[in-house]
Design a binder for this molecule. Structure first.
Ligand SMILES: O=P(O)(O)OC[C@H]1O[C@](O)(COP(=O)(O)O)[C@@H](O)[C@@H]1O
Ligand SMILES: [Mg+2]
Ligand SMILES: [Mg+2]
Length: 369
């Protein structure tokens, strides 16, 4: 059978022609089987990732319903609302996405336990599985819907996840068993629900992107081995927090803003989606630095972003794409977590620029969290 799209492309070569469509796209399933054959993951982890990907597909459908599906707005009853463990108002889609991930993983997620940004404590799978037994040896952590503040205005949101091993001999894991440094992650990924739905994944052998083919109903490999350029002229930060920043961040951003007239000797552009998934996806695609530093507003909590649900999985993905991830004081993945919902300052993206930000932290006084 002729691939009509491919032949149409090849009939009009030229500098503006899109790349020819592959006539034989690689599905997520086939990719994972190839990774298993290469010894990069075992069958249980492969199936666990398939379950999470299916859940993300389901969340994508829910997000896509928008105002027509009654999924926008706050969770809870009108005027009362619902507050999560983070002290943040929950959106209906925060709750829906969390429920989708819980249900998917209770029915065969190959897990011993899971933890969610939206839940006070972790949950052993024995509490939710149909037959009351753990179904595997892994621990799954997720931010079911990242960028909640963007849901109602139709801007990209996403799901972030991280997979750890359940410690040997533990069949009913508690919160303490999840407190492993990011270097212990065996897989991490996110799914962005934007103009298209893209799943970005690492099992420790590169970072790869899959786009949801809505006609086929599955994720197809669209970028094998994402690479973040080492240098950049683009930064992402919530500038409205500027007056609350500490001296190192004040100095760093002042020099970025000074551009070609300052010590950096080049002009920088700024982007801020306010959905970490979307900002990180841009950086994985074309480079840049993403930062959420410590500021006076979040200092008591240790930072704004969550170590276990946001910073660690993104740090793993970024490092696997040749980038770097830091707290400003050290490598993100080496932080020993002290709490399931711990927060942390984040600098990640192009390795050269992350090192520059870390240097400002070394040279302009210490960060106090
Ligand atoms: O409100 P701000 O300061 O722009 O913060 C935006 C940050 O908060 C987050 O939305 C937090 O995620 P949640 O929506 O999961 O709470 C990040 O995605 C994003 O980088
Ligand atoms: Mg989030
Ligand atoms: Mg969230």
């Amino acid at each position: 059978m002729t691939n009509v799209a491919a032949s149409a492309v090849s009939a009009s070569p030229g500098p503006l022609s899109p790349a020819p469509l592959s006539s034989n796209p690689i599905s997520l399933t086939r990719f994972l089987i190839e990774e298993q054959r290469a010894g990069h993951l075992g069958p249980d982890l492969r199936l666990l990732i398939e379950v999470v990907a299916r859940a993300c597909k389901r969340i994508s459908i829910e997000v896509g319903k928008g105002a027509l599906g009654g999924v926008l707005g706050d969770a809870g009853s009108p005027g009362v609302g619902s507050i999560n463990i983070q002290g943040e108002a929950q959106k209906k889609l925060d709750v829906i996405a969390n429920d989708v991930l819980l249900e998917a993983n209770a029915w065969g997620g190959h897990l011993a336990g899971l933890a969610s940004e939206e839940m006070d404590h972790s949950m052993p799978i024995t509490d939710i599985s149909p037959d009351g037994s753990p179904s595997g040896n892994y621990l799954l952590l997720f931010d079911p819907l990242d960028g909640s503040s963007n849901i109602d205005v139709n801007i990209s949101v996403g799901t972030i996840f991280s997979v750890l091993r359940c410690p040997d001999g533990v069949t009913t894991p508690g919160d303490e068993h999840f407190l492993q440094p990011g270097t212990a992650q065996v897989a991490a990924g996110y799914c962005t629900y934007g103009p298209n739905t893209t799943l970005v994944l690492t099992v420790g052998h590169g970072t790869h992107a899959f786009t949801l083919d809505r006609e086929v109903g599955g994720f197809m490999l669209t970028t094998r081995g994402m690479r973040i350029p080492e240098e950049t002229k683009e930064f992402a930060v919530n500038m409205s927090n500027q007056r609350h920043w500490q001296p190192p961040m004040q100095a760093y951003v002042a020099d970025l803003l000074a551009g070609s007239t300052g010590p950096r000797g080049k002009d920088f552009n700024m982007r801020w989606v306010a959905s970490m998934v979307a900002d990180v996806h841009r950086i994985l695609t074309r480079g840049g630095i993403f930062s959420y530093p410590l500021d006076a507003k979040c200092a008591a909590k240790g930072g704004r972003l969550r170590l276990m649900y946001e910073a660690n999985p993104m740090a793993f993905l970024v490092e696997q794409a040749g980038g770097a991830a830091s707290t400003g004081r050290g490598r993100m993945l080496e932080v020993q977590p002290e709490g399931l919902h711990q927060r942390i300052p984040v600098f990640l993206g192009s390795a050269g620029e992350v090192e520059v930000a870390a240097r400002y932290h070394r040279e302009h006084g210490s960060v106090s969290a």
